[in-house]
Design a protein around this ligand. Sequence first.
Ligand SMILES: C[S@@+](CC[C@H](N)C(=O)[O-])C[C@H]1O[C@@H](n2cnc3c(N)ncnc32)[C@H](O)[C@@H]1O
Length: 450
Amino acid sequence: MWEGKYDSSGKRRDVDEVVTTRFDHVETIPGRNDRKGANQLLLGDNKAVMASLPGEGSGKIDLIYADPPFDIGTDFRVRITLGHGDRRKEVPTLAYRDVWGTGAGSYAQMMYERLVIMRDLLSDEGSLYVHCDYRTTGLLRNMLDEIFGPRNHVNEIIWFYKTGGLPEKLGFGRKHDTIHYYVKSRRHAIWNPQKEKSYVKHKYGFSNVEILEDSAGHYTNVNCRDVFDIPALRGNQPERVNFPTQKPEALLERIIRASSNEESLVADFFCGSGTTGVVAEQLGRRWILADASRLAVHTTRKRLLGQRSSATDTGLDMRTVKMYEALDSQTLAGVADARVRRRRPDGGVDIELTGFAPSLEGIPERERADLEACAVQSGLDFVDTWGVDFNPSNDGAFRGQWYSVRKAGVPLVTVSDRANGHTGKTGTRALVGVVDVFGRRVTFPVEIAG
Ligand SMILES: C[S@@+](CC[C@H](N)C(=O)[O-])C[C@H]1O[C@@H](n2cnc3c(N)ncnc32)[C@H](O)[C@@H]1O
């Protein structure tokens, strides 16, 4: 029961009418291996996204992982880095909100609607994993039983981790999350048993089991149990990106391997930093990701482009990614300038990003004054990623053949001179795409004079 579950006449409120939204194709990150179409990354409220999937939709998705907000009642903020050297500055910014204005009822109704739509998107072989913690596990378990039927609840998975921190004032240390695993049909669900190591004290007295050894001791390989002992991410881990609540790739790997096959379509409509997409990509699955936070979508884009490189030539060894945004969510990052820099021996040119005047619209007042000073000093410090489409098509979407991805505190590469075989030809026009540190984008054409 929750406030809003029934209408004033006592009738069960169904999913409010879902209005389909037009999602514009705004960017393509080219890749290889597109046998079964491109992956999709969408910016928007997932209720509208799920109702309006531009490519594939209802009944086609084999696995959905949902890691929604936990109804904590706070804003999640991150510190983003501007500039480098003497100009290096860290500013806090909103990553996403977990505040549900009208109390627990509004969180419940928000989740109920989305879980119903997710069930309908699943194929007959499909599975849904809903990640929650002690605050929401009871509510979501009951809700999911109602939506899928209790028989289709396969596991209550405990993700156990050993994080540090102060002891609780009262009670035992909280060191687990709960993941509810449901299938659409027990008979048809995809299931690939996974193995894990089970350590034994010594290797004697076992028959019919193979005892193996690694640096931690002797072990046997057993079927994975419903307690996942997977370390939480630490600050210095290479896979870590600047996003709160990021989940470890190893957790998603176990889920994706168990409940999907190669070429299966995997989706995460609360994608955050894009962990599900990154792992699905590594495992040869196709994927759809969505998030309502611009910073989350940008973090995912950046992670896909190769978080650790300062400049990237595309044609990455990954499937093409098509990015979509709802028309009304398109806010401009600012105004950028670029010029054609030099002729290459092959007759091509490079593009140089020469200036950027960021827009500070929508930035909270208390953070603004500081940022205004930085913006005047060096607007380019606000550029997080930029790229060039040397061959723009007429649909207005940006197809980056070359990208520069900034690492925190490292100077931005401002000339597209690492382009490998992608250079502008005279008499044509190139498209430059800039994304600022808040994830907002702007594209503009550059004429390549003869
Ligand atoms: C717990 S985080 C997900 C973290 C993610 N699993 C990772 O590994 O980075 C929840 C995400 O859900 C997003 N979100 C919340 N409500 C949403 C909605 N209605 N539509 C789309 N995304 C939403 C938030 O912006 C946030 O990025």
